[in-house]
Ligand binder design. Structure first.
Ligand code: SF4
Length: 354
């Protein structure tokens, strides 16, 4: 039977050639990562470790995520251990990874696996997608990497590689469905489990180490022979992006209240909203004209300010310090410095120095 070409899509021959070359490259060049099994190995890694690594990697780089991954898997070696953990312990261990809603989702998902699936992750993409907090990307990644199933795993690296290989002129985010469809052409059903697992990781490694966001290393690229962006002479122009609106700036006050015995006042933030459920310093609201009323009357003095950038806004936080008492979560200063989310850690550091 003659294969019917799909309009606007690479031919089966192109797909097969790029796949073969990239899998060969991955067999030699795969990054060694603590949550991985090496290329070509049929024995799959523990789905708990794959899931945990993928959730962590959605918001940070591999070098930043690695110590967190090691700390989590040492303290909670199985999904059942994580499910049984105290919320506050997991939130504190997550501090510094950002996007704290993910830490809450992580716990909800671990508890669902423990209670509804007997502590065993479901092994299909569709069933994984039914777990709370598991989105399309994570379900596909766990299905492919942990269970060796064919799945279209599309992260930012894969989008970039597809946009460049096929010189997609539509800017992101509108290009997303096309990039996903292009990536899907490379997911071929009748391969071994190891190949299903290796393929998305090969694409991710190419994107992370060679087809980098800025200055791609096209001279070392195994798939340069098939790259339309390289043929244009400006591969770094892809993927095109709609210019982002400028990030707004907000102001606020962080109150560092010390008890004179090495303790500092913390408050648990409301579950909903930014840094929800995390312990933090008492603060004002964050906006153009924050409320300057301190949390308790005391002899407050200014101790400088810190800057922090969140995804949707940047923040200048004036730090005020006083000695006093009140109804707070009193925590040893050293412990607070080690466990608070970064923005509060910066402010506390400033307050203790000032
Ligand atoms: Fe990326 Fe360059 Fe390779 Fe094209 S040739 S896929 S732009 S590294």
């Amino acid at each position: 039977m003659v294969a019917v070409p799909i309009p606007d899509m690479p031919s089966a021959e192109t797909v097969a050639r790029i796949r073969a070359v990239l899998l060969d490259w991955y067999a030699v060049q795969a990054r060694t990562l603590v949550w991985r099994t090496p290329p070509g190995v049929e024995r799959r890694p523990d789905p708990y470790r794959v899931w945990l690594s993928e959730v962590m990697l959605q918001q940070t780089t591999t070098p930043h995520a690695t110590p967190y991954f090691l700390a989590f898997t040492t303290r909670w070696p199985t999904v059942n251990d994580l499910a049984a953990a105290q919320d506050g312990d997991v939130m504190a261990a997550w501090a510094g990874l950002g996007y704290y809603a993910r830490a809450r989702n992580l716990l909800t998902c671990a508890r669902a696996v423990a209670s509804d699936h007997g502590g065993v992750f479901p092994d299909t993409e569709a069933a994984l997608l039914n777990l709370p907090g598991v989105g399309a990307y994570t379900a596909a990644a766990v299905a492919a990497i942990a269970f060796g199933r064919p799945a279209n795993v599309v992260d930012g690296n894969v989008e970039r590689v597809m946009a460049r290989l096929f010189a997609v002129e539509t800017p992101l985010p509108a290009a997303r469905p096309r990039l996903k469809a292009l990536a899907a052409r490379f997911v071929i059903g009748d391969q071994s489990g190891a190949e299903h697992a290796d393929w998305p990781q090969a694409l991710m490694d190419l994107g992370a180490t060679v087809c980098r966001p800025k200055s791609p290393l096209c001279d070392s690229c195994p798939v340069a022979f098939g790259c339309a962006a390289l043929a244009t002479g400006e591969p770094g122009r892809y993927p095109l992006k709609v210019k982002k609106a400028e990030r707004p700036h907000r102001y606020g006050i962080a109150w560092v209240l010390r008890d004179g015995q090495g303790g500092v006042a913390l408050m648990r933030r409301p579950d909903k909203g930014l840094l929800g459920g995390m312990l933090g310093l008492p603060t004002s609201d964050w906006g153009d004209n924050p409320d300057t009323t301190p949390p308790v009357p005391a002899d407050w003095r200014e101790a400088g300010a810190v800057e922090h950038v969140f995804t949707h806004f940047s923040l200048t936080l004036a730090v005020h310090v006083a000695a006093g008492e009140g109804d707070f979560v009193w925590t040893a200063e050293a412990e607070a410095l080690a466990g608070l989310p970064t923005v509060f850690r910066k402010a506390l550091d400033r307050g203790l120095a000032g």
